[in-house]
Design a protein around this ligand. Structure first.
Ligand code: PMP
Length: 443
């Protein structure tokens, strides 16, 4: 209960599901109605105003235009673009929206081949393979790389697609403490010793899986230290760059570029096209042998309809803009802008007294709410003031570590950011989440 939330202080109940034995939360308002039936607290159906860059989205629940601080539209490509959109329309006319075929049976266009070559060149690996969905890229590729007799060591905060891929692989799975190379080393040492005592033979292979930028933490991976540990214990490295490729690094090449890591030191580089490139799908970039193996064996390549050609074209065009191959310097400007926007927004939030997670340069900025009961009030008040922010809670985060997650885009203007900051500051006072209050000088 909180005085300044009078009227709609939500109540949070922990319930256990009888069948799955899982604990879940029911958040209800003070009248006992589930919060899900309080439509003004969430934005659900989103509409874009044509040619209106990243700035606005339409929340049907409120029928009002909102500043979008929640989408992964890091470089602003998820909007009509002077270079990408005409090419995408052309590809739609030429190839239609779907190949209606799998890659190996008539679903392979020149565009698919071009994108694989472009991705390999962009991330600095010899070859690449693309998939129609980022989630499936992890959940289907991990089992194609490692199975029974193998060992996966996964960061404790890895994305659900990695968790599912690891579970479905049949390999043994161990988790190491989030972004903690020393603890990874302990796990590796223990597991290698255990592997040596296995009755038949030691682990066939060991894969360590990490993310470039953690999507709920906004934090950069301690990649150089993790690579050093993996090399010492001869483990393969798998890096998910869903939130970092195109978003960080001087030329947009992700955490490797930002942290000065040679991509040759990473065995498997994974990423999605759904964030920086404004499309859908995902990729794996690796050695020619690994990609050949995946093309021959991965069911999601052999049995799934290939990626939609216009979606492929969107990624090709967006990467060309980032590389400056569209004949302009818009890509470089976007990259400089997202860095400037992210660092400005993060430092302003911190100055206001919020607890903000993550590192400099990261466009992902979680503001800690802690108590999940604060979620609906925070979300509702932001929407009321025309700012759409994503809030996340259990099971995506631990139970008492609920947060609002801001995603910054290169296409946010300085006025957008200032408006967002003003609203978040007011709502932060109302909901009581400025955990580091700024000391005002006594006059
Ligand atoms: N990996 C990570 C780290 C993610 O955050 C996500 C989704 N946001 C995915 C994979 C799945 O990607 P997609 O949404 O493109 O399916």
């Amino acid at each position: 209960k909180s005085n300044n939330l009078k009227g709609y202080a939500p109540i949070c109940l922990g319930l256990e599901d009888f069948y799955t034995r899982r604990l879940y939360l029911r958040i209800q308002d003070c009248f006992g109605r589930p919060i899900a039936s309080a439509p003004d607290a969430w934005f659900d159906v989103v509409e874009r105003y044509s040619n209106d860059s990243n700035k606005t989205l339409h929340c049907t629940t409120k029928t009002s235009k909102c500043l979008n601080l929640g989408s992964y539209n890091y470089l602003g490509f998820a909007a009509a673009d002077e270079y990408c959109t005409p090419h995408v329309i052309q590809s739609l006319k030429k190839y239609s929206a779907s190949t209606c075929s799998v890659r190996v049976d008539g679903g392979n266009t020149k565009l698919h081949m071009e994108l694989e070559e472009l991705v390999a060149r962009f991330v600095g690996k010899p070859a690449a393979i693309i998939f129609g969905m980022g989630y499936v890229t992890n959940s289907a590729i991990i089992p194609a790389l490692v199975g029974k007799g193998g060992l996966i060591i996964s960061d404790s905060l890895n994305h659900n697609s990695i968790v599912n891929g690891a579970r479905g692989s049949g390999a043994s799975v161990q988790v190491f403490q989030h972004n903690n190379p020393a603890q990874l080393e302990d796990v590796l040492r223990e597991q290698i010793a255990a592997g040596q005592h296995r009755t038949h033979r030691p682990w066939k292979k060991i894969i360590v899986i990490v993310e470039g930028i953690y999507s709920m933490e906004g934090e950069l991976c301690k990649l150089p230290e993790i690579i050093a540990v993996c090399k010492k214990y001869k483990a393969y490295t798998y890096l998910d760059e869903a939130h970092s490729i195109g978003a960080v690094g001087k030329t947009g090449r992700g955490v490797c570029e930002l942290l000065g890591v040679d991509p040759a030191n990473i065995d498997i580089m994974m990423g999605t096209f759904t964030k920086s490139f404004g499309s859908c799908g995902g990729y794996i970039a690796a050695s020619k042998e690994i990609i050949r193996h995946l093309k021959r064996t991965c069911p999601a390549h052999i049995y799934a309809t290939s990626m939609s050609p216009p979606a492929v074209q969107q990624v090709i065009s967006a990467i060309k803009v980032v590389l400056g191959e569209d004949g302009s310097n818009r890509g470089a400007k976007k990259l400089a802008q997202i860095r400037e926007n992210s660092n400005f927004f993060r430092s302003e939030l911190q100055k206001m007294g919020f607890e903000v997670l993550g590192d400099d340069d990261s466009p992902v900025m979680p503001i800690m709410l802690y108590n999940p009961a604060k979620i609906p009030a925070f979300s509702r008040e932001c929407l009321r003031q025309h700012v759409a922010v994503v809030t996340v809670a259990f099971p995506a985060t631990p139970l008492l570590l609920a947060r609002a997650r801001i995603c910054i885009s290169a296409s946010h203007s300085r006025e957008d950011l200032i408006k967002g900051l003003e609203v978040i500051s007011k709502v932060g006072d109302l909901v009581g989440i400025k955990y580091f209050p700024v000391e005002h000088e006594k006059s």
